[in-house]
Design a protein around this ligand. Structure first.
Ligand code: NI
Length: 185
């Protein structure tokens, strides 16, 4: 089956929208929001499939938040490739972090963001495990506990909803500050 790349424009970090706080979403979602969410999921999935990644010159991405497509609403999506090469979709609306581990981790190769198109040095401290309460596309509340790379992705995307980019969390003077107190993933 051939997939068609959805028409999504991702804003660059220089855009002011990415530095603003998003608003809570009310239900039911509009048809436009449902389409945006499905487009974002498909875009991320295609970015992780070699064939499409090469054909459309995509950067592989795991997550996208609404502000990155220019809309200040508290919605983000994550697409995780599982070991059997199927994809797991997360649709997260109005998320609240209910608890987080004391243990901190960081991504050794550095975090990436589809809105940041440059090399960035430094580490971003994240909780190793978090529990989040959120709503799905139908407005049903759910609780999810995530860990490791998915926990990092959730925290990265929740930051987007608050106008925070991962580069903002890197200590400018000491980009590897406290590294010894965190676990690398
Ligand atoms: Ni990002």
């Amino acid at each position: 089956m051939k997939l068609e790349l959805p028409n999504i424009k991702i804003l660059d970090e220089k855009n002011k929208i990415l530095h603003q706080k998003s608003s809570e979403v009310t239900f039911p979602l509009s048809e436009k929001d449902k389409k945006n969410i499905n487009d974002m999921l498909l875009y991320l999935k295609m970015s992780q499939i070699d064939e499409y990644n090469e054909k459309y010159h995509l950067r592989a991405g795991m997550g996208l938040a609404y502000p990155q497509i220019g809309i200040l609403k508290r919605i983000f999506v994550i697409v995780e490739e599982l070991e059997d090469h199927t994809f797991k979709n997360y649709v997260v609306i109005n998320p609240k972090i209910k608890s987080q581990s004391e243990e901190l981790i960081y991504v050794g190769e550095g975090e990436g963001c589809l809105s940041i198109n440059r090399e960035v040095d430094g580490i971003v401290p994240r909780s190793a495990r978090i529990t989040v309460e959120a709503y799905d596309m139908d407005g049903n509340i759910y609780t999810i506990r995530v860990r490791e790379d998915i926990a990092v992705a959730f925290q990265h995307e929740i930051d987007h909803l608050n106008g925070i980019l991962f580069v903002d969390r890197i200590d400018k003077k000491n980009p590897y500050k406290n590294q010894e107190n965190m676990r690398e993933i």
